[in-house]
Design a protein around this ligand. Sequence first.
Ligand code: GLY
Ligand code: MN
Ligand code: MN
Length: 491
Amino acid sequence: MKIICCLLLFISTYSLQAQDADLPDDFLSKDFHLERREKLRESLPANSVAVFFANPVRNRANDVEYVYHQDPDFYYLTGYKEPEALLFVFKDQQTAANGTAYNEILFVQPRNAMREMWTGRRLGEQGTKDILGFQQTFNNSEFKRYNVDFSKFSKILFFDFHNDVRDNPRDSSDLYDLIAQFKTKVKYPEKKGVSLAVEPIKNNLDTKALAGLMANLRGIKTNEEIEMIRKAVAISCMGQVEVMKAIKPGMSEREIQGIHEFVFKKYQAEDLGYPSIVGAGHNGCILHYIDNYKPNVTSKELILMDLGAELHGYSADITRTIPVNGKFSPEQKAIYELVLKAQEEAMKITKPGIPLRLTTDTCRAVINRGLVELGIIKPNEKHLYFPHGVSHHIGLDVHDRGGAIMEEGNTITIEPGIYIPDNAACDKKWWGIAVRIEDDFLITKDGYEHLSKMGPRTVKEIEDMMKEPSVFDNFSLPDLDKVNSKSKTGN
Ligand code: GLY
Ligand code: MN
Ligand code: MN
């Protein structure tokens, strides 16, 4: 028996070590997550507990799931990247029936050799202790028996449920069950079609406060986070640079997207912060154009490219707009310079204490004035050529949690744009011109650091970069029709 136990222990220790060796060494440290939980605890109201659920696994079609992405709050507080998990952070020390004192508890999916063979390694209870540094971790099947009197807390803070989680009938402790068990334990007042968000709270449940507490924490980036965001931003800028060198009339929007995303992968970014937007000509007027269908971009068009690499959870958010043929036409240049001027004016006011929405007001004033000067609109005319806000926080979400006033340690975007669709009520020489320039900034003590500065941004910088040779210049693949006819005929 002892031998078997030793063997099991060896296997599990070995597999954790093997997993370690396969991992990049620049993930956030367990101390980061631990310290974030401590900070959250400090901000919790008296005699309260904060509760966080992992993101659900989402079905794509039939037996294929979407690639799993952890809930950013959950990841921020734990470093845990697997589904079917539940975290409690208590304000005050709790005492278990066996006398153990604890102030946080994590329920995770168990190790399972068969499941791990199909869907990858799991940390399990021991792994979350060894690797993530938790003291109190349990198999999620234990939650049902977890015997805490929730009525004793003055507040139980959690994000309300959207009732959109599927049950896996073969797993009686999946997220669906954890939520159901939690609702029973805290006496969640479930009524058909009515959620706590609209129902006056009659008990100690609070589904509102956590958003503000998490925004206060996540909005101010630690040095570790800033380094991660710096890398994600640099990777995303390198994508823009390589496309500037490689783009040629006749390429497809999808191919250009592919060059960006290849560069992201080459630099080991696991994911995209959001679906890539690559729109040539009037496609650039669709603010979140993600079809990227156009089979060949043409010489006279601008192409708007809004992409962000996600590295270890942290996303950049960068837009560059460039002329497909390497040279801006006079009209394209006029619009581009106006957007750039708006961005630079917004940069001038960017510092701690300034409301984020002021960058939008500043850009709007510059762009309205400029559009009048170009004869595109009349003074005071209401128009839809600049229909969006200019700044948001970036981080674990591309539209990250954070406060409304700029503070040292925020990472934000400034992203003005002008979008003139075909058939707009102006001279048709402007039709189909869509420009967005989006950069990422770290708010410093006295102002900002321009994180995405290495992405060519002025007309001259872009046109100069587009003259550079590209590693993709000699890249070609055989014609698919020829490949197919060869395989059909056998020669
Ligand atoms: N890429 C989405 C945005 O710029 O906010
Ligand atoms: Mn943005
Ligand atoms: Mn963007």
